[in-house]
Design a protein around this ligand. Sequence first.
Ligand code: FES
Ligand code: FES
Length: 162
Amino acid sequence: MSEHALDITLTINGERIAERVDARKTLVDFLRDDLSLTGNHVGCEHGVCGACTVRVNGAIVRGCLMLAVQCDGATVETIEGLSDAGEIADLQAAFEQRNALQCGYCTPGMLVAAQDLLKRGGVPSREDIRAHLSGNYCRCTGYHAIVDAVQAVAQQRAGKKP
Ligand code: FES
Ligand code: FES
């Protein structure tokens, strides 16, 4: 820990956390290294790939572009929190059923981003889904299966047959 450390208090996945953190540490490194929340991955480390996507105060952010100290007082939700709460259980099942993941490296960020779109309601078009997920890179699936899974869940949630 450097001399430039600060005390922060925040809520992560519903739990109040107080920690001393290096002022230069990114949010995703703080989550992974200090709190062992390793579901959020680190890919490019400069805001391009989306592997580090988490929610801060309800909005999705790049965990590699935000400093942990910027989250003082904030509410942070990671893939672990969304998963444990059952919020994305249908989305996770659809990804599995439709082979929307292979190595799984992009998947946590992809799920957090997809849920951000789906919680707006309605059934987005394939183009809308692609546009919303355009900041999340997948090196394995070719995206078709991911779009299929997200659209199927949107239809299920809207009470329409996929
Ligand atoms: S690791 Fe954050 S966007 Fe790639
Ligand atoms: S499943 Fe491998 S990067 Fe997306």
